[in-house]
Design a protein around this ligand. Structure first.
Ligand code: GTP
Ligand code: MG
Length: 207
């Protein structure tokens, strides 16, 4: 059966890490070197044709880096079902900020069944420097990211892959919500939850 889904996805991370550039690349296939800081929040819509014929619409919320110091994130995060958390591989301070963003996210929004929203970590500007793989693998496991990708908005690297990884996790959460009410499928849902926890960063990055 053909299905339509609309998912609200947040794109967060410090000033200038490339959130707007990633979205512009993903949605409009364009890139600009020119930096214009986002004020408040911007929006973009991306339609994805999923394997089974369903259409997935991602409503991307491009949240200004400077909003971490404001009081609005609680409002922006409401009803989100997934997040891309971005840092800039050329600036260590933006990596340090990743956990602040993740904590802010987890403190202000959870899924209906109380679980944290799935978050994928993006090591952006990978056209400039490469990152240490084992370090990010364990960082993701320890801090509850479902996976990570080295991305470049400039060279169009791994953005689609990262979005697909996030959507897979969003869909898996949807399925476990649907089965929650049916005692017969509790075992199945526990199984799929379990499987999800073991979907390591690497296995997601490879798929
Ligand atoms: P705020 O809106 O202030 O939170 O910033 P942002 O995260 O939206 O950053 P933005 O996308 O505006 O990018 C900031 C700067 O980094 C711009 O000059 C971009 O051209 C540049 N940039 C973004 N992504 C990449 C990338 O993958 N590689 C390189 N080399 N530069 C990038
Ligand atoms: Mg921006």
């Amino acid at each position: 059966m053909q299905q339509e889904h609309l998912f609200k996805v947040l794109v967060i991370g410090d000033l200038g890490v490339g959130k707007t550039s990633i979205i512009k690349r993903y949605v409009h296939q364009i890139f600009s070197q020119h930096y214009r800081a986002t004020i408040g929040v911007d929006f973009a819509l991306k339609a994805l044709h999923w394997d089974n014929g369903s259409v997935i619409r991602l409503q991307l919320w491009d949240i200004a880096g400077q909003e971490r110091y404001g009081n609005m994130t609680r409002v922006y995060y409401r009803e989100a079902v997934g997040a891309l958390v971005v840092f800039d591989v050329t600036r260590a301070s933006t990596f340090d900020a990743v956990l602040k963003w993740k904590d802010d996210l987890d403190a202000k929004v959870t899924l209906n069944h109380g679980k944290p929203v799935p978050a994928v970590l993006l090591a952006n500007k990978a056209d400039q420097v490469s990152v240490q793989q084992p370090k990010l693998d364990s960082f993701c496991k320890e801090n509850g990211f479902v996976g990570w990708f080295e991305t470049s908005a400039k060279e169009n690297t791994n953005i689609e892959e990262a979005a697909r990884c996030l959507v897979q996790h969003i869909l898996a959460n949807e399925e476990s919500t649907v089965t929650d009410g049916d005692p017969g499928s509790l075992v199945l849902s526990a199984y799929s939850n379990n499987k999800k926890n073991h979907l390591s960063c690497k296995s997601c990055a490879k798929s």
